[in-house]
Design a protein around this ligand. Sequence first.
Ligand code: EPU
Length: 431
Amino acid sequence: MTSPGLPDPTAPDAECIVVRGSGPLAGTVVVPGAKNSVLKLMATTILCDGPFELSNVPDIADVSIMGDLLAAIGVEMSRPAPGELTLVNTGVITPVAPYELVERIRASINVLGPLLTRCGEVRLSMPGGDDFGARPIDMHVAGLEAMGAEFKFSHGYLEARADRLHGAEITFDFPSVGATENLMTAAVLADGVTTIDNAAREPEITDLCDFLVAMGARIDGIGTSTLTIRGVDQRDLSPVSHRTVPDRIQAATYLAACSVAGGSLDVVGARADHMTMLLERFGDMGLQIDENDDGIHVEAGGRPRSIDVATLPYPGIATDYKPLIITMLSVADGVGIVTENLYPGRFRYVEELQRLGADVRTSGHHAVIRGVPRLSGAPVRAHDIRAGAAMVVAGLAAEGETRISGIHHIDRGYDDLVGRLSSVGAVIERC
Ligand code: EPU
């Protein structure tokens, strides 16, 4: 019991990560499956009854939250072994997603398409997610309206109805990841053919396409920016076993850690072909990167070199890599300019880097980073998942102690970041 006025020691913020400037890293880190794939695969189990098996599942908080959300809808989740999930669609589906769960993760919006196409109706609290600005869902709504859905918004909920969705030709202004996924899953059971032009083509989208095709969906153009989905009958779908694609953002985090601390790492499980452009730019920064059968081998020595980078949809440099890149540039030799093209507000962690002595100035979509030889440890806060990981990497490049609070954000997307880094020589612990 906590006395009034005192902080609750069991609250998420009572925990922190303490990291000290660390010498060269050495050893092997295994990269788990991607958060931004597994959450979508989980939501897609709504489409058909029976037991699904997922492997290479990261042990992260967002998987538990999505599991709770699916349990409320009618899909029961269990964890038969580490890294594995069983999801049993009971066939009794309630198309309502309650506020308490939806507001905690952005990926909860991914139940919209499957629920609407399967049940003909859905009531969904507006989704939450990260603290870096507005994240509208107008493209999801417009696409589903083109397929025959009718929407109503009231009291923080959206309600959608459609007796049966029909195929449509949809062209996105921008290749939205979530909208591509929602329309694609909805189109699987729609009447007729849906084409999505300017679709997102991240590796996690391809993973979802592969999952759907294994279930019995008919999708052409996988991996391209034009997806064609031919609607099938629900009886044509069946549950499947599937291995989640590896997490390219977690993989990049270990490469960034090696870049600022020096040393050599084997990042096992990483898919270099999913990170082509990033690896090229990391090469420009002085990292020596080799792809092998197990993943990626990286070697780093001395300060990174500065580069200019702009974020773009895949296959461009992902916005989720950006906090890591800015952290690397903070200790690089020279001046780098980073341009954010997806989330204008996604620079909040820069204030935290400045507390560590980084010389970063932001203006609108741009950040100018003048590298300094070393950061200096200080208390900092994680404002979102990727910013939190960047603080950990910054701590490796800082003299003295960096104490990171707000680490529940890191737990949402990173599977034992502390244990993995400590196993390769980083001086880091969870308090
Ligand atoms: N957008 C709209 N309207 C829409 C949808 C998107 O304006 O209807 C805008 C967004 O506001 C944003 C841009 O389009 O400016 C990109 O949004 P997108 O829909 O592509 O992103 P998302 O599906 O909401 C996913 C990841 C993010 C990642 C982005 C971009 C999940 C759960 N989230 O979000 O990951 O940054 O794609 O690659 O898959 C993270 O993992 O930490 C994370 C934030």
